[in-house]
Design a binder for this molecule. Structure first.
Ligand SMILES: NC(=O)c1ccc[n+]([C@@H]2O[C@H](COP(=O)([O-])OP(=O)(O)OC[C@H]3O[C@@H](n4cnc5c(N)ncnc54)[C@H](OP(=O)(O)O)[C@@H]3O)[C@@H](O)[C@H]2O)c1
Length: 277
């Protein structure tokens, strides 16, 4: 039923009439109708914030990371296939289908050569956004799936300083050059990236990784929601998941409202970052 909503929205129906037990009302957003089992109700509840996210110029941003119990998203060498179980992989593809754009960091594209499509579910492909301010992916334009497979639209998101170089390599339709993306000291002004994506009609944004990219969105307070899928696995010394400024006192640490869901043998933490002061 979630994917039926995604397909209907992708076909241009803002408040689609999706038969099969869901309805939409202006004040309540999407609601389940009739009787559903507990698993279906939990699944719907988990996705409701993304389903209800407002359209029309306002961004709603969700991040996700699949990590080990000790907080790694890959081994030292970058192996991350697969930290999580099949249920979490389906969840990941469902999030892609419900989003307008999926955002991946340059390190992930270089390491994993991902397709960023929805091949494990029956929903629409999101626009694939490669966050690469200084064109670190330039040597891969001729070979990476996301530049060559034509399965979905790809936007190479860089600082405007690199626009001409990016257009020469990938073509104008694939480049989103953002003025001032690289701020003082190289700090990414991610709010500008979010605004630029909104101006392309991409407002439901899914930041899929890796750890550096999700951490940067979190540190810039650009995330509304964060899904952390924790697998019963210890990596020991691998590529880190979330890393940001931190605090000296526990009282100053981030303690968002949270819920936990079971995804097979993984535990999915759903963090509402709008509840963080
Ligand atoms: N478990 C998960 O949920 C998950 C999800 C996605 C990825 N991953 C894994 O996470 C790892 C990548 O994530 P990440 O946090 O390191 O990076 P990332 O967030 O994907 O990308 C940003 C970082 O990658 C660096 N980078 C850019 N181009 C690069 C290149 N060609 N080669 C190497 N690094 C480059 C950037 O450096 P500059 O800032 O200097 O440009 C920046 O530090 C991979 O091992 C991937 O398999 C795991």
């Amino acid at each position: 039923m979630l994917l039926a909503i995604a397909r209907a929205r992708s076909a241009g129906n803002v408040t689609p009439d999706v038969s099969g037990g869901v309805s939409w009302r202006a004040e309540q957003g999407w609601q389940l109708q009739g009787s559903w089992d507990i698993a279906a109700m939990e699944l719907f509840d988990l996705h409701k914030p993304l389903l209800d996210a407002p359209r029309g110029g306002v961004a709603w941003v969700i991040g996700q990371l699949g990590q080990s119990l000790d907080g790694c998203v890959a081994t030292r060498s970058g192996d991350s296939c697969f930290i999580n179980g099949p249920e979490t992989l389906t969840h990941l593809h469902r999030l892609r289908a419900l989003s307008d754009a999926v955002i991946a960091g340059a390190g992930t594209v270089a390491c994993d050569n991902p397709r960023l499509t929805t091949r494990h579910v029956s929903g629409p492909h999101p626009t694939r956004v490669l966050l690469d301010p200084t064109l670190r992916l330039a040597p891969l334009v001729g070979s990476a799936h996301v530049f060559n497979d034509e399965q979905a639209q790809t936007l190479w998101l860089c600082d405007a300083v690199y626009r001409d170089q990016a257009v020469a390599l990938a073509g104008a339709s694939r480049v989103l050059a953002v003025p001032g993306l690289l701020g003082e000291g190289g700090v990414l002004q991610l709010e500008r990236a979010v605004v630029a994506l909104c101006s392309q009609g991409l407002t439901r944004l899914f930041v899929e990784g890796g750890g550096v990219t999700v951490s940067r969105f979190l540190a810039r307070r650009c995330l509304d929601r964060l899904h952390l899928a924790v697998a019963p696995l210890l990596i020991g010394d691998g590529r880190p998941g979330l890393r940001f400024g931190g605090a000296e006192r526990l009282a100053d640490c981030v303690r968002p409202r949270s819920r936990v869901y079971c995804l097979g043998s993984d535990q999915l933490w759903d963090l509402d970052l709008r509840t963080v002061a």
